[in-house]
Ligand binder design. Structure first.
Ligand SMILES: [Cu+2]
Length: 322
């Protein structure tokens, strides 16, 4: 009775994890749905075998020594049954993997994603200039191919609501098919240990209606918006003076670095620091002043020598770049 009393809340906690933007159950894409079906097939197969084994153990316990199994029973239960069942599941999963891999041949849109320490660079070759970080946007109902690469260590892209995991191995290009059927925001993360901040290497995938997506992509390809506002103009100056351009690109300014994320439209993104903080003015300022405390070991130094007004201006300017 006491075990049951513990089991009920434990199960409730477990089941409450089966949802949200990073769940592989009830996802929003065709690959994810196929993988979920396979998962359920394996789950019920395991449940059936578990039940059968428990049943046989109970019978054995009940009948005691009289129940010593014959050769036939051992061969059937220990050889024929597992070989048959595992073969069926193996053929099912291998053919599914093949079908998912070849879906990239029908892709109408290609997106390049590079895994870095510890963030994701996202580029749209069809819209030159459109470069962003830690966010993939795609049109609903369109077959998309993600081309994955890594310059340094092995990362793995996993967006459970849309597709299975795909490793990103240095020196090789990998391909992943994505087809979002429901508009919405899905969360993904790096699924292969890649260094100190591996756990803070997440990203968002936003599936949008096609017309909205086209407008969004056209805007991403444009240079940063300019402004007459004195504070924002000062912010742009601080950005150039402080040397941020050594690592960051803001298209339309002299900043052309590629070591860090392209910041041309950073204010319009969902997060900074690879899913760590929202891309609003306060978080951007906090990040600039203290990047090493937010994400220790990341490749951006803390700019805690900036004066208050300068920090305020540069943060306001970046947040205004939508
Ligand atoms: Cu990683």
């Amino acid at each position: 009775m006491r075990t049951a009393a513990l089991l009920v809340p434990a199960l409730a906690v477990l089941l409450s994890a089966c949802g949200g933007p990073q769940s592989m159950l009830g996802g929003g894409g065709s690959s994810a749905a196929a993988i979920e079906t396979l998962w359920w097939a394996m789950f019920w197969a395991a449940v059936a075998i578990f039940a059968l084994v428990l049943f046989l153990a109970a019978v054995g316990g009940w009948r005691g020594r009289r129940a010593a199994p014959g050769t036939l029973m051992v061969a059937a239960g220990g050889l024929v049954l597992p070989v048959a069942l595992l073969s069926v599941l193996l053929v099912y999963s291998v053919s599914l993997g093949e079908r998912l891999a070849t879906a990239t041949e029908r892709a109408q849109l290609r997106i390049e994603v590079e895994g870095l320490q510890w963030w994701w660079r996202v580029e749209y070759p069809g819209a030159p200039g459109a470069v962003l970080a830690n966010e993939i946007r795609l049109p609903v109902g369109v077959q998309v191919e993600i081309v994955l690469g890594s310059p340094d260590v092995i990362h793995s892209l996993w967006i459970p609501g849309l597709a299975g995991k795909q490793d990103m191995t240095p020196g090789r290009k990998a391909h992943l098919a994505l087809l979002a059927e429901k508009p919405g925001v899905y969360r993904g993360q790096c699924a292969e240990f890649c260094g100190a901040q591996h756990a803070l290497m997440a990203l968002y995938v936003v599936a949008m209606p096609p017309a909205e997506f086209d407008a969004w992509l056209a805007r991403q390809a444009e240079p940063a918006p300019t402004s007459e506002d004195a504070l924002l103009q000062r912010g742009r100056e601080v950005f150039i003076e402080a040397g941020c351009g050594a690592c960051h690109t803001v298209r339309g300014t002299p900043a052309k670095g590629r070591l860090g994320p392209d910041l041309t439209h950073v204010g319009g993104r969902l997060s900074i620091g690879a899913g760590l903080l929202p891309a609003n003015i306060g978080a951007i300022q906090g990040w600039i002043a203290d990047a090493q405390n937010h994400k220790p070991g990341n490749l951006m130094p803390s700019f805690n020598r900036l004066s208050g007004p300068d920090l305020n201006a540069v943060g306001a300017w970046l947040a205004s770049l939508e």
